[in-house]
Design a protein around this ligand. Structure first.
Ligand SMILES: Cc1cc2nc3c(=O)[nH]c(=O)nc-3n(C[C@H](O)[C@H](O)[C@H](O)COP(=O)(O)OP(=O)(O)OC[C@H]3O[C@@H](n4cnc5c(N)ncnc54)[C@H](O)[C@@H]3O)c2cc1C
Length: 169
């Protein structure tokens, strides 16, 4: 897994603690997936589920079987992604003291459409667990109306900008 943390600046902290990374993955709810549609960049927001096993992070998203993202992913499986949570604007006496605190994950991966029926059912349950915290099961009939895209993450970084003057800053 590639380490992307090099460019993280003074006011923004690299997050390496696994528990904190899991907290952020549980909280963000929406992933922005960037794809390359020929010469054009195409970014879409989607809800996701994730699995973090040892060092390997995998996302699952689901949607209609037809549409631009499916065409793009099938033509070029390389994707980038970003998600954020804990977004809180803060203010100050001068314009330069205004800002936004946040927790953020971004990275890149390889997308594929999940064809294995067992993996597809599992992926839909994972998505519901991430999104709702609850256990749901699916039948093959329910799953048959959607496509599930798996993103195997090949590198990611996590960073956090705390509110200035708080314990974390
Ligand atoms: C918070 C959030 C969560 C979402 N979660 C999911 C999800 O879990 N699963 C899912 O399938 N979809 C989700 N969507 C919708 C998703 O962003 C796409 O609109 C949808 O998946 C269709 O993508 P497509 O490439 O097939 O679009 P197409 O219908 O093929 O797109 C045609 C054109 O419509 C425009 N378009 C597509 N999507 C959007 C958009 N979101 N906003 C503005 N213009 C758009 C673009 O110009 C695109 O070229 C979510 C959207 C939001 C905002």
């Amino acid at each position: 897994m590639e380490n992307f943390n090099n460019g993280i600046t003074r006011r923004e902290r690299a997050v390496t603690d696994r528990e904190e990374i899991v907290r952020i993955l549980d909280k963000c709810q929406v992933i922005h997936i960037g794809m390359l549609d020929g010469e054009e960049v195409y970014v879409i927001p989607m809800n996701y589920g994730y699995v973090l096993e040892e060092d390997q992070l995998t996302f699952y998203v689901h949607g209609a079987k037809k549409g631009r993202k499916m065409d793009v992913v099938m033509a070029n499986p390389k994707v980038s992604f970003e998600m954020e949570c804990d977004v809180n604007p803060f203010s100050g006496k001068t314009a330069c003291q205004y800002g936004t605190s946040y927790s953020c994950i971004m990275g890149k991966g390889i997308a594929s459409i999940v064809e294995n029926p067992e993996e597809k059912l599992g992926a839909l349950s994972v998505m519901m667990k991430t999104q709702t915290g609850k256990e749901f099961t699916f039948t093959e009939k329910m799953a048959s109306i959607v496509n599930v895209i798996k993103i195997e993450v090949t590198g990611y970084s996590v960073k956090k900008r705390p509110v200035p003057g708080t314990q974390e800053s």
